[in-house]
Design a protein around this ligand. Structure first.
Ligand SMILES: [Zn+2]
Length: 440
């Protein structure tokens, strides 16, 4: 992809200026530096040695748009929120060269480093040093390079009605430390933005790096030309949702094989997680995962919820709602034996979450064994085990937590290979599991 449009094409200046007027209405320079080709001077951002355990040798990820000559990555910070940043700049409420003041923003709790941080391509979809940039990249910061955290770690109390009910019903106990009087849960939480090492992501998906780069370029409408023009840039900050990790209990238990660890890996489902929709088991299973985490933490261990922004199996919520309509309007009504077929009709594929990349966050936390894995997904289980983490027990959702209309989903998933201690239904049995009609 070398074609340029407008003035740059006319001037044949790959990194030159595109200008109508040289100044915006607010007086700022309107000078655009394209990074789709290496600078003629040969000046490039500092090299990244991905997978190196020493952060100084690994080098910082520089995705600032303030100084293109410092960049050594494709894309930019804040995922899809970069577009809102652009609106703020266009509206004149944010100076394009604003630099964050990171005073007092360092992690509230130290996580890592762990041996996995330096084990080659064990972590390829996040920057293990992303929370520590202010500490470990001082030599670059001192030279004025704009390096931004891609991970932030803080502490919080969370209040969920189901957890408070579990305390009242005696399933959870207030210990004053993990569960406060009244049912407040004390957590450490980490927000993580994706940072992809493209050769490692390609290897994980067993595709050629060239093919991955081309598909990313094309399917984002050509948003990131460097994907195809700059094979020297190996790191990409994709404009997608990130991960939030909730940690409960003794954090040392995450890496101590003598202490128990419970983990739920949860993919976003706004309709259920936030609004309580009864068509699926997402929120009930999420809350059950939290209960398992708390009980494990109260035995001296730790519990972890990993929450991925992968709405609707990463197909998005518009696709999801279209599928709901198709399921409920199809001949014979909503039923378990046609559950996955309806998604495939609309989206062309059943699932694009690509769990192959998911275990990276567990390796970032230094986990090598999970005692209680609160998920029935065979895809998540296989991805974690194949990445070298042992799983001792798998915890299905208790039957009494499954909403009536969600029987279609859960039976379809069990028939497709999800973990169950009772076995999946027969094809005939599957066809009998019906959901509510659209008008009801
Ligand atoms: Zn759901």
């Amino acid at each position: 992809m070398t074609e340029l449009t407008g003035a740059a094409a006319a001037a044949n200046q790959p990194q030159g200026a595109i200008s109508g007027s040289d100044r915006t209405a607010s007086g700022r320079r309107r000078h655009i530096v394209l990074t789709s080709h290496p600078r003629r001077s040969g000046q490039k951002g500092s090299p990244i040695h991905w997978g190196h355990s020493d952060p100084v040798k690994r080098g910082p990820i520089v995705a600032t748009v303030a100084d293109p000559s410092h960049r050594n990555a494709i894309g930019t910070h804040s995922g899809s929120y970069a577009v809102y940043r652009a609106l703020a700049v266009a509206s004149g409420v944010l100076h394009p060269e604003h630099r964050p003041d990171l005073t007092h923003t360092a992690p509230a709790v130290a996580l890592g480093p762990h041996p996995s941080w330096g084990e080659g391509e064990k972590i390829v979809s996040l920057d293990p040093f992303g929370a520590l940039v202010g500490e470990v990249f001082q030599p670059w910061l001192a030279q004025g390079v704009d390096i931004r955290p891609t991970i932030a770690i803080t502490r919080a109390h969370i209040q969920m009605p189901e957890l408070m009910a579990a305390v009242r019903q005696g399933r959870l106990r207030e210990d004053g430390e993990i569960v406060k009087p009244g049912g407040d849960l004390v957590v450490t939480k980490a927000a993580i933005e994706p940072v992809w090492y493209l050769p490692g992501v390609a290897q994980r998906l067993q595709v050629r790096e060239d093919d991955l780069r081309y598909a990313l370029f094309e399917q984002t409408g050509g948003m990131f030309p460097e994907l195809v023009t700059r094979p020297d840039l190996k790191v990409f900050l994709p404009p997608i949702g990130g991960i939030t990790v909730y940690l409960v209990g003794n954090l040392a238990a995450m890496t101590d094989p003598d202490l128990p660890l419970a983990v739920r890996v949860h993919d976003e489902c706004n309709g259920s997680d936030v609004f309580g929709s009864d068509i699926c088991t997402c929120r009930p299973y999420l809350v059950h995962g939290l209960e398992e985490c708390i009980q494990t933490a109260q035995q001296g261990g730790a519990g972890i919820i990993v929450y991925f922004r992968k709405e609707g199996r990463a197909l998005g919520e518009v696709t999801k709602f279209l599928v709901y309509n198709a399921r409920k309007r199809q001949e014979g009504g909503d039923r378990a034996d046609a559950y996955f077929a309806r998604t495939e009709c609309v989206a062309g594929v059943q699932d694009v979450r690509f769990q192959e990349l998911m275990p990276d966050v567990l390796h970032w936390l230094g986990i090598t064994r999970i005692d209680r894995f609160v998920s029935m997904s065979d895809m998540k289980y296989n991805a974690i085990v194949r990445s070298g983490i042992e799983i001792v027990h798998r915890i299905p959702i208790p039957e009494d937590l499954i909403p009536a209309d969600a029987q279609v989903e859960i039976e379809a998933k069990k028939a497709a290979g999800y973990y169950t201690d009772r076995g999946p239904l027969s094809p005939d049995g599957l066809a009998q599991v019906k959901g509510r009609a659209l008008a009801e």
